[in-house]
Write a protein that binds this ligand. Structure first.
Ligand code: SF4
Length: 336
């Protein structure tokens, strides 16, 4: 019956109905009808959760899955001693560990009375709580690539922190500080970090060059689409991202529409057409349909100049002006 190596080829050749009949004939019973599944959600189980038996579990983000102790002058993880920390926690509290498909770790079987001690140990070792991890970093993964994989054409794991930081900086510059999406990088098209499910992915295609993929879903239930940018130089990353972010910012249908869903809805050819006609920097003159209404005021409120500068910087990163952000903060504090 089987001439190809994998079951999926047999199902494809026979068709699902004939395949089911064959299995039922071997099994001697009818197979039940499909059950409708609830909508798929992406849950990474980071942070603290009850595990259902009175004990707790704790998800720790491991950036690009590298469990190590890093030197104090490391560019992205200065002083992080994750390996020593995990060793100490497991030895002292006899915890179970689950590796997640997003390259992170969930510690299990934690007695609630040890929660504060464990948090102190994490802090001492430089392990940040999930609330302090940038959302793009939290959702990103990368394959090992150089120096561990012989098939790598370019960097992935070692480049991902820089890629994440540059994406975040570009979003911040464009007043899109709160935008987040699933991003992944691999060192070659074999795709070991599942880039083809990401909302925005870089797939290694040569030294410091990547194919650009767009349009996966936030829950990773849809495959992304390859763009015609097959050899994007890493040092030009911002030039490629800015038009995509600008189109997304000005043409999304709601503030909740995710970047990957937007690219899927308008289609990659439309995104590429926009990129081709875009002039760098012109996002400033594009409309933002979901920007909060600007607050106009003749109030004269005293505020320390350093704080005012910080307020202005933060407001611009979120796409507001200082008066609007101040209005929002005060309203939230006073009115809840
Ligand atoms: S995607 Fe390519 S470079 Fe990365 S681990 Fe897989 S085979 Fe190696």
């Amino acid at each position: 019956m089987r001439s190809s190596a994998r079951l999926k080829y047999l199902v494809h050749t026979m068709g699902i109905d004939k395949f089911r009949e064959l299995v039922e004939a071997y099994y001697g019973k009818k197979i039940e009808q499909w059950q409708t599944l609830p909508p798929w959600k992406y849950l990474d189980w980071m942070g603290w959760h009850e595990q259902g038996d009175g004990k707790l579990m704790l998800g720790i983000n491991v950036e690009q899955g590298r469990v190590a102790d890093f030197p104090a002058d490391h560019s992205y993880h200065p002083g992080l001693r994750l390996k020593s920390c995990l060793r100490l926690l497991v030895d002292r509290y006899d915890l179970g560990m689950t590796l997640t498909p997003s390259q992170s770790i969930v510690l299990r079987n934690i007695e609630p009375k040890t929660k504060l001690d464990i948090e102190a140990i994490l802090r001492e070792h430089g392990v940040k709580p999930i609330e302090e991890i940038d959302a793009i970093t939290r959702k990103s993964i990368a394959c090992p690539a150089f120096p561990l994989c012989g098939l790598a054409m370019t960097e992935a794991e070692r480049a991902q922190p820089e890629i994440n930081a540059r994406m975040r900086a570009k979003l911040r510059e464009m007043g899109m500080e709160t935008v987040e999406f699933v991003t992944r990088t691999t060192g070659c098209p074999n795709g070991c970090a599942r880039p083809y499910m990401a909302e925005l992915a870089l797939v290694g295609s040569g030294p410091n060059q990547y194919q650009l993929w767009l349009g996966g879903s936030p829950a990773q239930t849809r495959t992304a689409v390859m763009t015609s940018h097959f050899k994007m130089p890493l040092n030009e990353l911002e030039n490629y991202l800015e038009p995509i972010f600008a189109m997304y910012k000005s043409q999304r249908t709601s503030p909740e529409e995710a970047l990957g869903d937007f690219c899927h809805r308008v289609g990659v050819p439309a995104v590429e057409e926009f990129m081709a006609g875009y002039e760098l920097g012109s996002w400033t003159s594009l409309p933002d349909p979901f920007a909060p209404p600007k607050v106009t005021t003749d109030a004269d409120v005293g505020i320390e100049s350093k704080l005012l500068a910080k307020l202005g910087e933060e407001a611009s990163a979120r796409g507001y002006d200082a008066a609007t952000l101040l209005d929002m903060i005060v309203r939230e504090a006073l009115e809840g």
